[in-house]
Design a protein around this ligand. Structure first.
Ligand code: COA
Length: 258
């Protein structure tokens, strides 16, 4: 056990590391249990402002555990896919922003996990793809939906029908990644982005996430109502007053998330 590490750095930044390197961090049932436990801890920690998701060893996550899958009957397969989907949904539903630091291979459910994060960075050596059709299945943890929302329907169909494995530079060109960096810089660059986010008003950042998530892909008038409802949440906060004061006093604001 203990295939997931949850560390906290700089007081406000959580780092969830999938630590099952011998199996390329493949999502077995017991690993999913541990990821769920960690997500619950993150949800319950009001001090956290950003979460980094990464993998240890050569891979970010090689997707479903195909060795475990081999011994499952059809009902068990459905239950296993549903569990991966629910876990990934839970990660996406976190109030705080999430950054996937893709340190190596991210295939199938591994890429679906990254697609549920808000921001994706990868090392030069990382490779990724929704490879499911090459295994006679389809992406079942949100891949058909999140990839097409992220990069468009034509490119998603091309990538999913061909089960194409992309280099990180190709993934950057497709718009799957925000940034590609040298492997040895991935942690530092990711932390720098996390620190920048953590310096901003935590309630504001969370409401921005909510507005973008809930408003995306619905009609604009309704989406703008959602944006205004989220804005309203920031108006009475101490942090908003602090932001204005700090601007006038020409200093950096100190936000408390209140
Ligand atoms: N489930 C279970 N075990 C996995 C796995 C998976 N998804 N992916 C890799 N592994 C295991 C391999 O079986 C191997 O274990 P072994 O040493 O006991 O044989 C070990 O991880 C290393 O994999 P290997 O293929 O030897 O390394 P590689 O560097 O040549 O390739 C990958 C790594 C990830 C590119 C390759 O293993 C791969 O393509 N995996 C499947 C990814 C995939 O399509 N996932 C979608 C699932 S729906």
């Amino acid at each position: 056990m203990n295939n997931v590490k949850l560390d906290i750095t700089d007081e406000h930044i959580g780092i969830l590391t999938i630590d099952r390197p011998d199996s390329y961090n493949a999502l077995s049932n017991s690993l999913l249990n541990e990821i769920n436990d960690s997500i619950e801890k993150i949800e319950g920690n009001d001090n956290l402002r950003v979460l980094i998701v990464t993998g240890s060893g050569k891979a970010f996550c090689a997707g479903a555990d195909l060795k475990e899958r081999k011994n499952m009957n059809e009902q068990q397969v459905l239950a296993a896919v549903t569990y991966i989907k629910e876990t990934i949904n839970k990660l996406e539903s976190l109030r705080i922003p999430t950054i996937a630091a893709i340190n190596g291979a991210a295939f199938g459910g591994g890429l679906e996990l990254a697609l549920a994060c808000d921001i994706r960075l990868a090392s030069h050596q990382a490779k990724m793809g929704l490879t499911e059709t090459s295994l006679g299945i389809i992406p079942g943890a949100g891949g058909t939906q999140r990839l097409s929302r992220l990069i468009g329907i034509g490119k998603s169909k091309y990538l999913i029908y061909t089960a194409k494995r992309l280099t990180s530079f190709e993934a950057l060109e497709y718009g799957i990644l925000e940034k590609v960096v040298d492997a040895e810089e991935l942690n530092d660059v990711t932390l720098e982005i996390a620190r920048t986010i953590a310096q901003n008003g935590p309630i504001a950042v969370q409401q921005a996430k909510k507005a973008i998530q809930q408003g995306f892909n619905i009609d604009l008038p309704k989406a703008l109502e959602i944006e205004m409802a989220c804005y309203k949440q920031t108006i009475p906060t101490e942090d908003r007053y602090e932001g204005i004061r700090a601007f006038q006093e020409k200093r950096k604001p100190i936000y408390k998330g209140k």
